[in-house]
Design a protein around this ligand. Structure first.
Ligand SMILES: [Zn+2]
Length: 306
C-alpha cells in the first residue's frame, strides 16, 4: 500500500515536471504576446493546447485573452506572463464558451482578476458544464486535473472599455454567430483585434451557432479599422492579411450555406449533403473532412424549415 502510494506520488511528480514545459510565445507588438496551439480536432487525441492564447501588458496591469484547454496550459501561460512582467493581472477575458479557450481560467483565480465575457457566457457555461467536464476528462485524463469552469463576473452586453494604463481595450459582444457567446477585443495602442473564433485561419471554421448570423458579423468585422488581428486558431501571425482571411472564411460559409440549401431543395437527405456540401472548399482547409460534416449536421436542420 505504502509502496503503491509512493509510486503514485512519483508518477504525479514526474507527470507535472514533464508538462512544465515553457510556453512558446510570439511577440506581436510592444506588450502584446500570443501563444499558438496546434491544429487538432477537439475529440479523442486532443491535448488541450489548440487555440491562440494571449496577454496584453499596459502600464497599470495585464489582460489575458483566452486561457487554453486545461489548468496546466493556464498555469504555463501564467508563468510565461510572469517572465515578462510582474504587474497585476487585472482581467481574464474569454472570447467564447468553447472548452479549448476557457479551461485554463482557474490558473488565474489567485490573481483575483475580473473574469470578463459575453453577457450570455455564464448561462452557456452552465448548460455545457456537465458535458464539457465529462468529455474533457475522457479525452485528457490526468491532464484535466484541477481544470474547472470559472465563469465571468464582468459581463459585456454591447461593448465595454477596459483601461490597462497606457492602452485601452474595447470589448464588443455579438449576436449568435460562431457561438452565442462571441466577443472581440480591440487594443487601441497596437491596432489589434482579437476575433476569437469569429475568424478561422488555416483550420476550417466550425459552426456551433448560426451560419447566417456569422455571415452578418463577418460584414461588421470587414469594417474594422484594426491593422492586425489575432484569430482563434493559427500557426503564426507573421504576414497575416486578416481581411483576406476573413474573405476566405466568408467564401467557405457562403458555399456551405448555398450547397446545403440546394441539397434540401433537391430533397436530398442530410447524410448525402454531408458527403457533398462545400466539397469545392476541401483543399483550402485543415481538418476539413471531420469538421465540414459536423457543420452540415448543424446547418442542415436549421435551414430545413426556412
Ligand atoms: Zn470555438
Amino acid at each position: 500500500m505504502v509502496l503503491r502510494t509512493v509510486a503514485t506520488l512519483f508518477f504525479l511528480l514526474n507527470f507535472s515536471f514533464a508538462h512544465a514545459e515553457k510556453l512558446s510565445l510570439e511577440q506581436l507588438n510592444e506588450g502584446v504576446y500570443v501563444h499558438h496551439g496546434v491544429h487538432e480536432d477537439i475529440a479523442e487525441g486532443y491535448h488541450a493546447d489548440i487555440c491562440n492564447i494571449s496577454f496584453i501588458v499596459g502600464s497599470k496591469g495585464i489582460a489575458v485573452i483566452d486561457t487554453g484547454g486545461n489548468l496546466k496550459i493556464g498555469q504555463a501561460l501564467r508563468s510565461a506572463i510572469r517572465e515578462v512582467s510582474s504587474l497585476p493581472i487585472l482581467y481574464v477575458i474569454n472570447t467564447h464558451v468553447h472548452p479549448d479557450h476557457i479551461f485554463g481560467n482557474a490558473a488565474f483565480i489567485q490573481d483575483k482578476p475580473s473574469f470578463v465575457g459575453h453577457v450570455k457566457l455564464p448561462d452557456a457555461m452552465e448548460r455545457r458544464r456537465e458535458n464539457y467536464m465529462r468529455i474533457n476528462q475522457q479525452w485528457l485524463g490526468n491532464d484535466f486535473a484541477g481544470s474547472e469552469m470559472v465563469k465571468p463576473n464582468v459581463l459585456v452586453k454591447d461593448s465595454l472599455k477596459l483601461d490597462l494604463g497606457d492602452r485601452t481595450l474595447i470589448l464588443t459582444a455579438y449576436p449568435t454567430a460562431h457561438t452565442n457567446t462571441d466577443l472581440t477585443v480591440f487594443d487601441s495602442k497596437s491596432s489589434t483585434l482579437w476575433t476569437g473564433d469569429l475568424l478561422f485561419v488555416e483550420r476550417i471554421p466550425s459552426i456551433d451557432g448560426d451560419i447566417k448570423g456569422w455571415l452578418n458579423v463577418i460584414n461588421e468585422l470587414k469594417m474594422s479599422e484594426a491593422q492586425n488581428a489575432v484569430p482563434g486558431h493559427s500557426d503564426s501571425l507573421k504576414d497575416l492579411n486578416w481581411k483576406a482571411q476573413l474573405n476566405n472564411e466568408e467564401r467557405y460559409l457562403w458555399t456551405l450555406l448555398n450547397d446545403v440549401r440546394a441539397s434540401i431543395k433537391k430533397g436530398e437527405v442530410m447524410e448525402k449533403a454531408m458527403d457533398t456540401a462545400a466539397a469545392s472548399e476541401r483543399s483550402y482547409w485543415k481538418l476539413f473532412d471531420i469538421i465540414n460534416r459536423r457543420n452540415v449536421n448543424t446547418v442542415y436542420p436549421a435551414l430545413e424549415w426556412e
